[in-house]
Design a protein around this ligand. Structure first.
Ligand code: SAH
Length: 453
């Protein structure tokens, strides 16, 4: 029997979906984070459960050929980049395996996927960051990211996944908050003002947005912060506060107020100029998203005559990127600001064959189906939790020829694809697209075709 603090020798034979290495010791699975397949290690056991155990690396006896030098000073504490110690090539293979396995195990769908599409960039690929701001045990303000499964901030201004100037903005904000003794949010007491910093960047337009999330409605000395930020960064075209006074883990509250500039920034995605408010979803990896949408258009097999239903459409980007190759686009999205962005995005791009409904996807699909809508292609791009079973049933009843499902969670995508398979569809293409290098996340894209009886 393994005991806490035991030192064992272990060979890592697999990587779990949480990106932890795993090996077997006398038949017991031992999970060791930060390891790679092929590592031969001395492992210290830190926790023993009934059927498995957790360990940490005490010594690397023989390094896996997949290992690369992890140059991030905080990656182990931060936990965001759980694959940073592995080569990008190996990372892509691991992610492809995750997707294939989820479809096989959860969806009962045994299909050889198309080769994974790597991200065009592996660092500075993110165009958005949401940094928690808290006071550390020493009373100092900390801006960075939460440690895994905790709300302890790992202070770090310069994250390799973000553009470098995000870190410089953090520096200015930190000095401002300290100098003017602005109160900082405390989760336990629900007191204090400043909760999070939200940054977004239009890579193509070079427009940046700064949004401070506050537990209140007024930011003291806001004019000074605006002056400092705009002087240091002419690319900042929008400074806002977001009011979030709720006791919640959700980062953004419902209302934004402009302190400087515009309420939106713009970017260009697949040739479409898009406007984005802080509350609108936008793919964090722009060049990766162009690849993804290109594959989506290819899977959709557009010929020019289609009626396309884009469910969970966000700011309308997928539907709009395909609008010139279809007859009509109908987008459905629940966030009001995102729908406003989508309509404005259609208008600014001279797209007249797209309309957007602000509604719950399941409810809207039901209404559209009752009205007799028969889309040729349905795009489903739900959040991580996936689609409602009711929505999938309704989509099946609308009998589209093709369904393109996009998801950042291959487990729920596999589950939802299986439900569509019970409603007359067959998965004909499956592909992983890496939009989140170095992290344990990957995008999945699936083509489902209607079975002809
Ligand atoms: N297709 C878009 C957005 C995908 S993210 C893009 O590629 O940019 C998922 C979107 O689903 C988010 O915009 C979120 O606000 C929206 N959403 C979440 N729950 C929803 C629901 N029940 N009905 C409609 N939209 C929903």
């Amino acid at each position: 029997m393994l005991q806490k603090n035991d030192l064992i020798s272990l060979v890592i034979t697999d990587i779990t979906n949480e990106a932890s290495g795993v090996g077997r010791h006398e038949g017991v699975a031992v999970f060791v984070p930060g390891t790679a397949v092929g590592d031969r290690l001395t492992v210290r056991i830190v926790k023993v459960l009934k059927h498995y155990a957790y360990g940490i690396v005490e010594r690397i006896l023989e390094a896996s050929p997949d290992r690369v030098l992890d140059t991030c000073p905080v990656s182990r504490q931060c936990g965001g980049c759980s694959l940073r110690h592995i080569s990008y090539h190996a990372e892509c293979q691991i992610k492809q395996n995750w997707v294939t396995e989820h479809f096989r195990r959860i969806g009962g769908i045994d299909l050889t996927p198309l080769p994974i599409q790597p991200s065009p960039f592996q660092s500075a690929y993110r165009n958005k960051a949401q940094y928690p701001i808290r006071r550390g045990p020493d009373g100092k303000i900390q801006i960075g990211f939460f440690a895994p499964r905790s709300h302890r901030v790992i202070a770090n201004h310069f994250c390799d996944l973000q553009p470098h100037f995000f870190g410089e903005i953090l520096g200015i904000i930190q000095i401002f908050l300290e100098q003017y003794r602005i109160s900082i949010y405390n989760e336990q007491s629900h007191q204090g003002l400043v909760r999070h910093l939200f940054l977004r960047w239009g890579e193509q337009t070079r427009e940046a947005m700064v949004c401070l999330v506050i537990n209140g409605t007024e930011l003291p000395h806001a004019n000074i912060l605006v002056a400092r930020l705009t002087k240091a960064f002419p690319q900042i075209v929008s400074i806002q506060i977001n009011c979030n006074t709720a006791k919640t883990n959700v980062i953004l509250g419902p209302v934004c107020r402009v302190l400087y500039g515009k309420p939106v920034i713009s970017d260009i995605l697949c040739g479409i100029k898009v406007e984005l408010s802080p509350l609108s979803f936008y793919q964090v990896n722009r060049s990766g998203a162009e690849k993804l949408y290109g594959i989506a258009a290819d899977f959709a097999g557009l010929t020019g005559g289609e009626l396309l239903l884009d469910l969970y459409c966000g700011a309308g980007t997928i539907g709009l990127s395909m609008a010139r190759r279809v007859r009509e686009v109908i987008g459905v999205e629940i966030v009001k600001e995102a729908v406003e962005n989508a309509r404005e995005n259609a208008r600014r791009n001279g797209i007249h064959n797209a309309r957007f409904l602000c509604d719950d996807a399941a409810g809207a699909a039901q209404t559209l189906a009752e009205e007799g809508l028969h889309p040729d292609v349905v795009v489903l791009d739900p959040p991580r939790k996936g689609c409602d079973a009711a929505l999938l049933k309704t989509v099946g009843q609308m009998t589209p020829d093709r369904i393109v499902m996009i998801s950042c969670n291959s487990a729920t995508a596999a589950r939802d694809a299986a439900i569509l398979c019970q409603n007359g569809y067959r998965v004909t293409k499956l592909q992983a697209v890496d939009m989140f290098p170095r992290t344990a996340h990957v995008e999945t894209i699936v083509l489902l075709q209607r079975e002809t009886l």
